[in-house]
Design a binder for this molecule. Structure first.
Ligand code: XIL
Length: 367
């Protein structure tokens, strides 16, 4: 018997071939999110859609978008009579062409309101009619196109008033007629939105309520009450604007996870709606490598906290490229680098972490 030389294929080649063909690694956030049955979204601005790298990255990486400013009163309402849907329509067209879901943001908020509204002197009855018409017109205009709405945003106060409703034009200055009636004014808004599009998922969106704290306790009490009363609410949005201080403790991931658990146990969906993780940056806008690594860990852990709960159905970042993040202009450029892509649309460690987390999650049917 002749023993000719055997051709052995080295194991590393076999595994390389296996991973390249048999177990394809998702190339994009979008593919990875599809695998775990979750939506991966981002906030967008229409002015940037004409930039090829912006549009290409957006369509390739995300299956959901949310107008960053285009659906706010300041943009939609040039005067008390008119609606200017021009900017938001552009974004929704883009989403339709690229098979992306659209979240709407936001109908009742105390910020980014037009001067004619805040400087006008309206009675509660007039304000109520104005808000009802606004909600019904806007939600109606996008019926069947916007699948989920942040009906109300940041209605709870902060600092040492955290957990109490914020004094706003809609609540009690002078309010729409339910001043001092707690969340009754918000319940009315949810009902108006539901009338205009019974299929749309209706969310309450909030800042600094990610962990179990006074604010999230108050929101929990409100929405439990809404569920008992039959107010049409489907979900809670946790904004997740995180600021990483070098050397400081990271967010309390266990508390975030328990918070998601208690809201989803009420039968509500949770969306992470505005995630970014801002870092200290130098005069050129650059963060340290150590901070970028730490930031990646935060993105991974937050994504994992969401993915661990079948009721957590979307993760959205507030923009995707550091080129256009709101953090710079809101921190006098001392902070930034908050998003998964750098200013040149190159993926950062945060991107890889997010994609890994999405890819390794157990798929949840019907999530
Ligand atoms: C921010 C936008 O990103 C900016 O473009 C705008 O100048 C100010 O508002 N919480 C919210 C968002 O709910 O609407 C805010 O968006 C960021 C904080």
């Amino acid at each position: 018997m002749s023993h000719g030389p055997k051709t052995r294929i080295p194991i590393w080649i076999l595994s390389a071939v296996y991973f390249a063909f048999a177990a394809p690694v998702p190339d994009t956030l979008r593919e990875a999110a599809h695998h775990s049955g979750i939506f991966i979204g981002t906030a967008v601005r229409p002015a940037q859609l004409s930039e090829p790298a912006y549009a290409a990255t957006l369509a390739r990486e995300f299956n959901m978008l949310e107008p960053e400013d285009a659906l706010k009163w300041e943009v939609l309402r040039p005067d008390p009579q008119s609606f200017d849907f021009h900017q938001a329509d552009q974004l929704i067209d883009f989403a339709t062409r690229h098979n992306m879901k659209v979240r709407g943001h936001t109908l009742v908020w105390h910020r980014q309101t037009p001067v004619w509204l805040t400087a006008g002197s309206f009675t509660p009855d007039q304000l109520s009619k104005l808000l009802e018409a606004h909600i019904k017109t806007v939600v109606g205009h996008y019926r069947g196109k916007i699948f989920a709405w942040d009906v109300a945003n940041e209605a709870f106060d902060e600092g040492n008033r955290a957990g109490q409703l914020r004094s706003t034009i809609w609540y009690d200055q002078p309010g729409i007629g339910d001043a001092q009636q707690g969340s009754a004014y918000l319940a009315r808004c949810f009902r108006w939105a539901h009338d205009a599009d019974p299929q749309a998922l209706l969310f309450y969106n909030e800042a600094e309520a990610e962990e179990i704290n006074r604010k999230s306790d108050a929101i929990y009490a409100m929405v439990r009450d809404f569920k008992r009363q039959g107010v049409p609410i489907d979900g809670i949005g946790f904004q997740m604007h995180l600021a990483m201080q070098t050397g400081a403790a990271p967010p309390d991931f266990a508390s975030i996870s328990s918070n998601i658990a208690r809201f989803t146990a009420l039968g509500l969906q949770v969306h992470i709606t505005e995630m970014d993780v801002s870092l200290s940056v130098d005069a050129n806008g650059n963060a340290s490598n150590a901070d970028l690594q730490q930031q990646a860990t935060i993105y991974r852990q937050i994504a994992q906290a969401c993915l661990a709960h079948p009721g957590c159905t979307a993760i959205q970042t507030w923009g995707f490229t550091d080129k256009y993040s709101w953090i710079g202009s809101h921190s006098r450029k001392t902070r930034g680098a908050a998003l998964p892509f750098d200013r040149n649309y190159q993926p950062k460690p945060a991107y890889e972490a997010l994609r890994d987390a999405l890819e390794s999650a157990h798929p949840v049917a019907g999530r």
